[in-house]
Design a protein around this ligand. Sequence first.
Ligand code: NAG
Length: 317
Amino acid sequence: MVFVLLVALQLPLANFASAAEAAVASCFTPRLAQTLVACNPSVVGGWRKQSVVVLDGVLGREACERLRSEAEAIRSRGLLERAESSGDVMATQVTPDDDSMRRAATTLTALPRAIARAVGRRINDEVRGRQASGEAMSCLVEDGAHTNKLAVVETDGGAYLKHVDSILAGGMDPRKLTAIYYLNPNWSEAQGGHLRAWDAVVVGGDGGEAGPPAGGDGAVRVAPRGDRLVLFWSDGLVHDVEPLRIASEADHRWALTTWHLAADPAADRSLAQGLDPWLDVRHFGAPLTSLTAPARRLATRSLADACGRALQVMTRR
Ligand SMILES: *[C@@H]1O[C@H](CO)[C@@H](O)[C@H](O)[C@H]1NC(C)=O
């Protein structure tokens, strides 16, 4: 209760923001949170599988349609920039502090903060539930601080290359949990643009299309359907986006990504380590010798350089 009130006080767009938050929080069931936490390399050892948690019907179809038209309003006002990481993607960080953006998209600019609070708090509750009594570890910042990106793929054949969101060692990139909300109310299979994830298991979703049988390469595919929220650990999941087929503006693939920040990046075991060397070898062509420490640092650095520009775009405030 206190939590919802707090949000209402801090966000002038109290009605939608708190309703959105309540909806997100209520969908974020303990079971799903638990599954995610069980895969957290900073909480338990022996982490191998990465969960991709899929929540459907998070805000309702009407809200999703509204958010889509607000996203399009941001685009038509010229507030998107070409993402340097991928020439096919136009993107911006959304914030209610930008007057022009807030006027074009009052609900959309409030959403990432609401997601950051609701999901962050839910995850932390689970994490604390697993601590020995006396400890009170927080996994994620839960005051709403976050980074986000509203992105649209608007070019036929547009895609995202295989990557891990957060790969810098030493807590230099504090992003810990990725939450993607899709604004594609009329998405259909023929449009493509699935999120593809390796070494992953899909949890939740409304059936078949969330987790079709793993392809030959062991990847699972998640459809970017509207009103779907997808969650995964930013520092562990190898993923890409399959090419999109676009015939008209209605086929554009819109996604709002909220990156939750680690409460204490330096104390987080996996963030402190940076990209898992095995992932680097298996998915990004690093030589096996890079599994030894000094070479690994080099290899990780070269990958970091390659992703640096993408990272700048994604983390710009
Ligand atoms: C989705 O389809 C409905 C019904 O045809 C239409 O009213 C709505 O504008 C469409 N939304 C988008 C984003 O294309």
